[in-house]
Design a protein around this ligand. Sequence first.
Ligand SMILES: CC(C)(COP(=O)(O)OP(=O)(O)OC[C@H]1O[C@@H](n2cnc3c(N)ncnc32)[C@H](O)[C@@H]1OP(=O)(O)O)[C@@H](O)C(=O)NCCC(=O)NCCS
Length: 478
Amino acid sequence: MSCLPAHLQIPQDLRFVKPSKAFVRSYGDALRLPSEKVRRLEQFTETILNLIITNSRSTSREVPIELELRTDGASLSLKFLNRGLPIFERDLRSTDVAIDSEDTFEFVNLGPQGQAFVSVLPIDPTEHPDLEAPLPETNPEEIEVRLMGVLEVDELAKLFFRVYGYRYINDWVYFPEKIRRKLEAQDMISLVASSPAGRHVGHVALVRFNTSPVVYDLGLGVVDPGLKSKGLFKRLLSESMDLISRTPMDYCIFDMVTNHLISQREVFNYPACVMCLNVGVQGSTTQASLKKLGIGTDAEDMDRYSILMAVRLGVPHPFGETVTLPPNLGEALDFLLTPLGVRWVPSSRFSSIPRTGSYQTKLDSIQKSVFFDLEAPGLDAVTSLIDDWKYYIRLGNLYGAVDVPLDQPGLGSAYERLCRAGFFLAGLIPYRHTGRLALRLQCLGPTRVSWENIKIHGAQANQLLQLVRSDHERNSLI
Ligand SMILES: CC(C)(COP(=O)(O)OP(=O)(O)OC[C@H]1O[C@@H](n2cnc3c(N)ncnc32)[C@H](O)[C@@H]1OP(=O)(O)O)[C@@H](O)C(=O)NCCC(=O)NCCS
């Protein structure tokens, strides 16, 4: 554990010597240094500041003095930067700096950058405990899994910080008032795992995506790294499955990470239908680091992470019972449609694509992803969409998805044209969270996605991975 560096900037005025000593003392105290070491730091501060300030003349008084304290866990360094009138060896000899043999004192002439006076103190790591209060030893059996109340939202933001830092993709989790509004509107039902001391140590939620039909998404699943691998996530998911069963809904969506198998294994313990594999949809920096959490290693050859989507049905045929598809797509997607209770019938070989068509575009700038909703496939729309995608790649985007409703004429032709432009299959998605299905195609910009490191659990999901991978190999232009 290390303490963050501390910086202070003061005018060249002797009245600032005392507060500077207090600043230095606070840093030593924060590291729980023995009082003798803290006293030496204060003395060094007083000596150097007196030297710089009394040495300076009116011409250099305009320039502030900078102090910096930092530690690497084994030593502490206190640095003063003088950018006023230069001080030389002779001036230093008149002071008592470096009289203590245990500390090293260094004078560095930085030329036009000024001069640095640095004192380095060795510190004993046992004097330097972890500043973050560790999770008290908790017996997993004492942890309660229950619905979260609206007054507990601050705790949830803290839990997400502990797991993800500030990198979590749904940034509203860092705003307690936004979480509260969702809970109050019943747009979110949260389950928390709470320690006997009232600290939130795990969470999962049903977030409502649509009210007609009723569609939820199960997500926001996290467990405090201090309580990892104690079966907490398993308990949270099993309670979520009960919650899903007793909440009236048409279907529930699961978006699962593929950098580990833990969530997929747990979710696929219950009935769920695989929908699509979004390959490289998220930047690796927005994922929780497995190494940091202590639950594995992070793939090095992976700039982008993939998300596996599945649904659990709340009613028998939420997406209808039949769909008309070109035979090549029907045959390829049959293994995804059948579990959804949807049968495909072949479309006429002569169905053609309309002339114009339309699409909408949504950008996710944090993820560098672009989502095209090809609501009405048409020749002009597909051509223009492909041109747009090339433009978005030039702007630095790395993932593009196109959703084409299965019930639209021109689907087969749009698919062929998009494949020729480098798009490949992702699978199916619930179109705009309604009772309609869409084909999802995807394309990657210049980025590294290692297929070997996409972790997939279960026969149906593995079949999808093979399909997506072979479609990528066939269509990819780069
Ligand atoms: C993934 C995460 C939720 C797991 O929480 P957890 O409470 O440690 O998991 P559990 O102890 O309940 O374990 C669930 C299953 O995963 C397995 N598992 C847990 N930790 C594991 C590890 N380090 N390596 C391999 N398997 C592990 C368990 O053995 C258990 O399987 P089993 O029933 O066959 O024994 C937690 O690490 C986390 O918050 N990660 C970051 C966020 C994240 O990835 N969320 C999921 C988004 S889809």
